[in-house]
Design a protein around this ligand. Sequence first.
Ligand SMILES: Cc1cc2nc3c(=O)[nH]c(=O)nc-3n(C[C@H](O)[C@H](O)[C@H](O)COP(=O)(O)OP(=O)(O)OC[C@H]3O[C@@H](n4cnc5c(N)ncnc54)[C@H](O)[C@@H]3O)c2cc1C
Length: 376
Amino acid sequence: MTVKTYDAIVIGAGIVGSACAAECAREGLSVAILEAGIVGGGATAAGMGHLVVMDDSEAQFALTRYSQQLWDELRDELPHEVEHDACGTIWVAVDDEEMAEVRRKETFYAERRVKTEILDAQSLAEAEPNLRPGLVGGLRVPGDSVIYPPCAAQFFVDQAMAKGAKLFLGTAVEAITSDGVRLRDGSSISAGLVVNSAGSSSSALTPGLEVKKRKGHLVITDRYPNFVRHQLVELGYLKSAHTLTAESVAFNVQPRKTGQLLIGSSRQFGADDSKVDTAILTRMLDRALEYLPGLGKLSSLRAWTGFRAATPDKLPLIGPHPEHERLHLATGHEGLGITTSLATAKLVVAQIMNRETAIPVAPYLPARMTREPVHG
Ligand SMILES: Cc1cc2nc3c(=O)[nH]c(=O)nc-3n(C[C@H](O)[C@H](O)[C@H](O)COP(=O)(O)OP(=O)(O)OC[C@H]3O[C@@H](n4cnc5c(N)ncnc54)[C@H](O)[C@@H]3O)c2cc1C
């Protein structure tokens, strides 16, 4: 049985799908949001919620910066439970080589009008007294912030529904068809276009997509207000985030508004079950202890895992599928999907509406991945 026709079906109510649905509905499109589980329950629930401007490539910078500006514009509208905290980031340097990287980053950001501040050893210790002695400095990025992502996803779904979107929870899409989707219960929903924003499951719905699961672990502690004041990230994080093969851990600790600390992070390919892996968890916590020795005295409450959706060139897929013009992709955001969700939604909808995009969209177009033919 085929039911009602919508202008757009959005698959997945993670932060990316939710933001896309809100933006489609704002444009006046009739929208169905199809979610196999709950709103914000996939990687969005597993992630850290760091809204961070990144400089790994010009394209990554452009997307993170644009999206951060959109988050800033939204700040006063975000409900209390989104826990927006303008804590800023400190990239921590352990030696002179990493301090050279601090200076490179500072120049890169200054040239693009992002405010930063170089910290020497003493000012780093003053800013974060629980960091171990002997660190050489860091880069403070005051414009970065932190949110609680599942509630942000719910906020976007609420915005979409206020504009008439219909939410179908517990509704798993089996296949994307030429005129909509077929559901796992055998029924179909038709639509003018489909947005595949199913995160790390997006390639199961669009065969040929080079999106792989990249497992990550996080730990949350009991409440220790002010133990850290900024999101603290080691500069070695970049090596960890951007090697595509290795299993890696990096020091990445976040203060929550509740006073809790989120401790991350790990990256693994080829580990597709969601079990907590104690070996990698131990490596991750040992790494955090190297920077914050006092963490050893704190109580942790829970550890969990989640799956980033990784592409080979570390950029998301945003825009029309090269072979199916009614299928749009909004996936492959790896470790930056919370940050880049809002920019993704703007870019998806601008392309749907045939409007100029606010930043050049070419680096994110799915067509870049299809040197070889992709099917269905
Ligand atoms: C440990 C970790 C830390 C992270 N930290 C950060 C961070 O600090 N900052 C940042 O910006 N990003 C971070 N990320 C990345 C971020 O969490 C993701 O990029 C983002 O949540 C992706 O959102 P999404 O909506 O694309 O996917 P998801 O949140 O996974 O949502 C996809 C949704 O699609 C649904 N779905 C899947 N298949 C189907 C189907 N067949 N039918 C219907 N529904 C379906 C799922 O149920 C799910 O709800 C982190 C990720 C991890 C794992």
